[in-house]
Design a protein around this ligand. Structure first.
Ligand code: SF4
Ligand code: SF4
Length: 300
């Protein structure tokens, strides 16, 4: 039996030095019954829209020790991305380098510094990342479905290490502090939160990034043509400070784009502008479909 325990305080200090803004630890147990039921109901209503991958591998999503056999501990981290100079029309998370690469590299560094053995997860495997961030004491899942960290809001990426070792101390889940607040629900331009959870079929972030096919005409794009920050911006727990991480700042070329430049963007310009960026997920045709539906001067 492994009698070496991970030093949780030491790992948290190292995580902060790597640029993470929060880090916590929880035992690698199956998701609790309430979370499993909630997830099952969300899928059953079809609110995951075209994200078919969300409905696959449910047993793995419900139990990290099936993803990493023998795992004892989940370490959850947050990496802030709010840029110093926002580009009009583009979600904040998409201003810099592809977060999958940045997060994976930092998680691997943390795994090594922690002296642990296990796997890194960045949004690419069936991990219930918001549940684990909550279990690890980072924050709570707000009415807009994102994790909220007090004083930081929701403008960060989440990542996880699932490791074989036990920790000398485990965090406790943070109590939900939404109370009677409905600011995110009221701020949503497409009423995607009206049913009490995130309905991706109406969410502009899902529709501009993941949805393939024609733009759903009754919905309008005013604030952004790629992603949407409106619900997280409305949260009273949000931070107004930009992150200092060079990886998530926009290039000069991106900063110089005007609405008219976006409308005349060629495929070659798109490739240069978004080299190494997560925006590639929408593909050129998808991005241009969004830009045609975007009207920043529209009322309402
Ligand atoms: S990301 Fe935008 S569209 Fe989606 S729930 Fe939040 S405010 Fe609504
Ligand atoms: S805006 Fe209000 S209801 Fe929404 S997540 Fe933040 S605190 Fe919760």
């Amino acid at each position: 039996m492994n009698s070496v325990y991970l030093n949780s305080n030491d790992i948290k200090a190292k995580a902060l030095r790597l640029g993470f803004s929060a880090c916590g630890m929880a035992r690698a147990l199956p998701l609790d019954a309430e979370a499993q039921t909630h997830f099952g109901r969300w899928i059953a209503t079809g609110a995951h829209a075209g994200m078919d991958y969300m409905a696959r591998h449910t047993p793995l999503r419900m139990d990290p020790s099936l993803l990493v056999p023998g795992a004892r501990t989940v370490i959850s981290v947050a990496l802030p991305y709010r840029p110093a100079h926002p580009v009009e029309g583009l979600a904040w998370y998409a201003h810099g380098k592809d977060y999958h690469m940045v997060m994976k590299e930092r998680l691997q560094q943390l795994l090594q510094l922690a002296g642990a053995t296990g796997r890194c997860f960045v949004d690419t495997a069936p991990m219930a990342e918001k549940y684990w961030a909550w279990q690890c004491g980072l924050g709570w899942q707000g009415r807009h479905s994102q994790l909220v960290i007090p004083g930081q809001g929701s403008t960060f990426f989440l990542g996880e290490l699932v490791v074989m070792e036990e920790a000398d101390h485990y965090d406790v889940p943070m109590a939900n502090r939404c109370g009677s607040c409905h600011r995110c629900v009221d701020a949503c331009p497409s009423h995607a939160l009206d049913s009490g959870w995130l309905d991706a079929r109406r969410c502009l972030s899902y529709l501009t990034i993941e949805h393939r096919g024609p733009w759903p005409e009754p919905l309008h794009l005013k604030e952004a043509f790629y992603g949407c920050d409106q619900c997280s911006l409305a949260c009273p727990h949000a931070s107004h400070a930009p992150c200092g991480d060079a990886a998530f700042q926009p290039s000069e070329a991106l900063l110089s784009m005007t609405p008219s430049d976006w409308h005349s963007l060629t495929e070659e310009q798109y490739r240069l502008l978004f080299k190494g960026s997560a925006v590639k997920r929408a593909k050129y045709d998808g991005l241009m479909r969004n830009i045609r539906a975007w009207n920043p001067s529209a009322g309402g």
